[in-house]
Design a protein around this ligand. Sequence first.
Ligand SMILES: *[C@@H]1O[C@H](CO)[C@@H](O)[C@H](O)[C@H]1NC(C)=O
Ligand SMILES: *[C@@H]1O[C@H](CO)[C@@H](O)[C@H](O)[C@H]1NC(C)=O
Ligand SMILES: *[C@@H]1O[C@H](CO)[C@@H](O)[C@H](O)[C@H]1NC(C)=O
Ligand SMILES: *[C@@H]1O[C@H](CO)[C@@H](O)[C@H](O)[C@H]1NC(C)=O
Ligand SMILES: *[C@@H]1O[C@H](CO)[C@@H](O)[C@H](O)[C@H]1NC(C)=O
Ligand SMILES: CC(=O)N[C@H]1CO[C@H](CO)[C@@H](O)[C@@H]1O
Ligand SMILES: [Cu+2]
Length: 577
Amino acid sequence: MMVMEKILLFHLLSLALLGAVVEATRSDDRLIKISQLKMFVDELPDMPKILGFDVVNGVPVSKSLQIGMFSKKWKFHRDLPPTRVFAYGTSNNTATVPGPTIEALYGVDTYVTWRNYLPSKHILPWDPTIPTAIPATKKGVPTVVHLHGGIDEPQSDGNANSWFTRGFRERGPTWTQKKYHYYNIQQPGNMWYHDHAMGLTRVNLLVGLIGAYIIRHPDIESPLGLPHGKEFDRPLVVFDRSFRTDGSIYMNRTGNNPSIHPQWQPEYFGDAIIVNGKAWPRLTVRRRKYRFRIINASNARFFEFFFTNGLRFIHVGSDSSYNKRPVMIKKILLAPSEIVDVIVDFSESKSDSAILANGAAYPYPSGDPVNKFNGNVMKFIIKRQREVDTSRVPKRLIKYPSPDLSNAAATRYIAMYEYTSPTDEPTHLFLNGKPYEAPATETPKEGTSEIWNVINLTADNHPLHIHLGLFVVLEQRKLVDVEKFKECMLKINNAVKCQISKYARGNITAVPAHEQGWKNVFKMTPGYVTKILVRFAYIHSNASYPFDASAEPGYVYHCHILDHEDNAMMRPLKFIK
Ligand SMILES: *[C@@H]1O[C@H](CO)[C@@H](O)[C@H](O)[C@H]1NC(C)=O
Ligand SMILES: *[C@@H]1O[C@H](CO)[C@@H](O)[C@H](O)[C@H]1NC(C)=O
Ligand SMILES: *[C@@H]1O[C@H](CO)[C@@H](O)[C@H](O)[C@H]1NC(C)=O
Ligand SMILES: *[C@@H]1O[C@H](CO)[C@@H](O)[C@H](O)[C@H]1NC(C)=O
Ligand SMILES: *[C@@H]1O[C@H](CO)[C@@H](O)[C@H](O)[C@H]1NC(C)=O
Ligand SMILES: CC(=O)N[C@H]1CO[C@H](CO)[C@@H](O)[C@@H]1O
Ligand SMILES: [Cu+2]
């Protein structure tokens, strides 16, 4: 008996110990083995659609929406336990990741009251040592919504310091209003809404606070004859995430320089590729043309999309505007937050399936090559039967005015810097060597155009996003003797005094045909100066903004690698009268 008891006790003890260890690893970081998630088993979801207008007696009229942010569980894959997420939706039950697709109509205002129903604590670790929204009560998750690509008033632009917590209990220093006003009088195209809270953008997006927003202008778009309707015109929101075995989203809680920033890391990469909220989904398509509005909602991963069976993309739009002409391409490089609008004609497929694949190294361009997991995105199963397809891709799409260089109101230099610790690990990044809090130095006048020379003095490609404005990329020119130029810049931070013209005379890299139109994000190549013409006015009309762009709290421009934006590759953009 004694022996039996001892053995039993021993077993109980070791079970308890084992339990403790398993618990410790679980709450630590037992990542799911990515090979356990079979690819192409979940159907591609369609996100719920919300119309941004009402129709009264056949006439479209403006609408006020209430969209909440809810903490709930979301199933990212058949073989993955449900994951705790923060999701946008009109109710807890209907909230999704990504959130509902808002479809607005040109000329009809949409109002949205974004409501925060989030719990007192975040799901993910975050870092109070970078400039961060922290409620005085230390309770609640600060959030604020930015409509990316929207031409809207500053009060509705989702300024990083206009954050609020559950029930608007606490509000950031530049908070002004509950109800956001989207004018929808800009060029038709694709946008997305996402969180923008100071220092929390990367974690708030990682847990699900993103969704698509489309402005349609039927008078202009219908005559084009592109594939349309719910089945043939679909947003694809693509991002990467890592998961623990219990289904929770994994983010490393230890920074690369923990003595400086306990948690912040320069770039988040996940090993599962998610489309419309499912890891490596599949979609059965008919043998005809489809339109896909692909939004890259990754924190830091670039995607280079191509079809393994040689199918091509017909590129019709970039970010929020149409191209002048369609461009046929085999590969598309998409930076975080860039959007491509493409037609894929599955009737040209010689096989009955096509894998949409990704070939971009991470970090882009000089990091690790993709593997068989993050090198796959989704699978299209193509029906055998041919069918009548009345949709078409016209030779001409929509022509907007070309950039007018003669009229530029200012020429600015925007230098990108990355700072490192003595161990050569990144600690933070700045634009023009200035923190976000430093007074605005970019102070345009509404209605003008400006030339911005963006000088990338880091080893990374940074997608630059400018709020309110649209821009055309004029030239990408390699810097010669870049180390010498950088040395001067690090000392005096003045591109003109450092004689930029002496260094900006390397080779020119052509802007790809499909990226020559008006954009709101562009990839700034390391070691290059990229010249853009930024227009602070509509591109489809000469009307002035129906709001005061110089109002508080102003706008921002920033790198759209979210980990960089948070620490703190973001600067104010303040309009003056
Ligand atoms: C939403 O539903 C989940 C259960 O699915 C629950 O845990 C959570 O508290 C709910 N949130 C709100 C705001 O009702
Ligand atoms: C988390 O980051 C730390 C610091 O960079 C690193 O040492 C560690 O290996 C990372 N953990 C994982 C699971 O990648
Ligand atoms: C998505 O955007 C991220 C961050 O800007 C970028 O690193 C990644 O390459 C992009 N991926 C695609 C498919 O565009
Ligand atoms: C510019 O391009 C030419 C031809 O492709 C090449 O020989 C030369 O080395 C390049 N120069 C620089 C500075 O990269
Ligand atoms: C805007 O003004 C310019 C110059 O006056 C004119 O050529 C152009 O047609 C106008 N554009 C629109 C859309 O009215
Ligand atoms: C890839 C690349 O060209 N990186 C360069 C970017 O600019 C910095 C500084 O000017 C160089 O040190 C990098 O080599
Ligand atoms: Cu960046």
